[in-house]
Design a protein around this ligand. Structure first.
Ligand code: KG4
Ligand code: ZN
Length: 407
């Protein structure tokens, strides 16, 4: 089965094509090969605003989706791999193409003129590809951004008469951690099968959640942030230290240097909720504590800009405070119930220091650990395609759900 994944929940426009098949008759062993995975990041554009600017994200997704799909087909070798062999029998006529697009015109030309304009001239869409389903992120995320992907998915689904499957972005992050790292496109691999029940820590720009996956692969959220998400806290902390958006990788780089150069922080930051026995997190106090520390240090030094050594020390302290709280809560969860494996997913799981800490924790608890690769930690459509390939949520009235929960 070939699945096209579409991801537009935040500031990455992403498309991916995968093929999946079952290795056995009871459908427990899934194999997957990535045909292509493309991510167009808008981070540089948003960096001027210090964070993601929703209406800009919406406009950019609208501009990017059609050219990105064209590139995906070009890279994939449309005729050899996705064409049906006899192109004429699977080409939409000009009339059919125009009449299907017309049904979307009224809403789309007003709501998303950029997407509408690029669709109207996209004659390559008349070629119906050999794809079995289209998987689309329906939430959570920024609603204006989600809508662009959903509208795009609806249109190509209508043009090609291919079913549309709705995917939860956070479920996508879980599947993103179950693929082998660094395999070249086209290589078949078995999708990893974590021992259940599995404990999942999801850490991204919008989420900090502990999730239990039970033996029937159903999700329950057993802990969550009460305010800021951990990625959001990294981004805000970076801003306070004068670092660009997205801030996580920059904080991480400075913190690594501080450890290498044995630079200590001039202040101590709190470890919010570390000692509470529940499984919830809180990061807004940590960010505020850093804000006060930065102000005090600026006053002491009589300068708006903090020197490099101070910034490295603060980045280290911030990263270590975050790591301790995340590890502490995972530790609590592991003490409260039996788990067969530990899965970490989401953009923040690209953090090297955190990964090392979690590797140690997994060894200590004798648990298999599943982590995303460099290519699947941040937002991508490969994880959406994979979650869509195993999913079955075909909704007639598909709509964006910014605050959608895993269920
Ligand atoms: O999952 P993701 O790509 O998008 C959302 O679904 O939100 O996560 C993005 C977040 C950003 O806040 C970014 O700063 C953070 O992941 N991030 C990191 C690192 N790389 C990305 N945070 C800490 N350390 C990193 N190396
Ligand atoms: Zn994400």
């Amino acid at each position: 089965m070939i699945t096209l994944g579409i991801e537009t929940s935040c500031d990455e426009t992403a498309l991916a094509l995968i093929e999946t098949r079952y290795k056995d008759s009871d459908q427990s062993r899934l194999e997957c090969r990535v045909i292509s995975s493309l991510v167009h990041s808008q981070a540089e554009l948003h960096s001027a605003y210090g964070g993601v600017f929703p209406s800009l994200a919406k406009r950019e997704h609208g501009k990017n989706l059609v050219p990105l799909l064209h590139k995906l087909f070009e890279d994939t070798g449309f005729e050899e791999n996705l064409g049906h062999g006899s192109p004429t029998s699977v080409m939409l006529s000009d009339e059919k193409f125009t009449s299907i697009l017309e049904t979307f015109k009224e809403n789309l030309s007003l709501q998303n003129p950029d997407l509408w304009q690029s669709l109207a001239g996209a004659h390559f869409l008349k070629n119906i590809p050999k794809i079995d389903r289209i998987a689309i992120t329906e939430g959570p995320g920024l609603e204006p951004a989600l809508w662009v992907g959903i509208n795009f998915g609806k249109i190509i689904s209508a043009l090609w008469n291919i079913p549309l499957i709705a995917v939860n972005h956070m479920e996508g992050h879980i599947y993103g951690s179950l693929l082998e790292a660094g395999l070249p496109f086209g290589t078949w691999q078995e999708v990893k099968r974590p021992l259940l029940p599995a404990l999942v820590l999801l850490i991204s720009g919008g989420h900090t959640e502990l999730v239990k996956i039970d033996e029937k692969w159903t999700y329950s959220i057993i802990g969550a942030t009460r305010d800021d998400a951990v990625g959001e806290a990294f981004d805000k902390a970076a801003r306070l230290l004068g670092l660009p958006y997205p801030g996580g990788p920059h904080i991480s780089m400075l913190a690594d240097l501080a450890r290498k150069e044995s630079i200590e922080s001039p202040i101590q930051l709190p470890r919010p909720m570390l000692n509470s026995k529940d499984l919830d997190f809180s990061y807004s106090g940590l960010k505020t504590a850093l804000l006060y520390a930065v102000r005090d240090l600026q006053k002491q030094k009589g300068s708006e800009t903090l020197d490099e050594v101070t910034r490295k020390g603060l980045a280290r302290e911030f990263e270590e405070a975050v790591a301790e709280t995340l590890l502490g809560k995972v530790q609590n969860a592991l003490e409260q119930a039996e788990y067969g494996s530990l899965i970490i997913g989401g953009g923040v799981s690209a953090n090297r220091y955190l990964i090392e800490k979690f590797k140690d924790l997994a060894v200590e608890h004798d648990l298999p650990l599943y982590l995303p690769s460099k290519d699947t930690s941040g937002d991508n459509a490969l994880m959406i395609a994979l979650a869509g390939a195993v999913g079955n949520k075909t909704e007639k009235v598909l709509k964006a759900d910014g605050t959608m929960k895993l269920s």
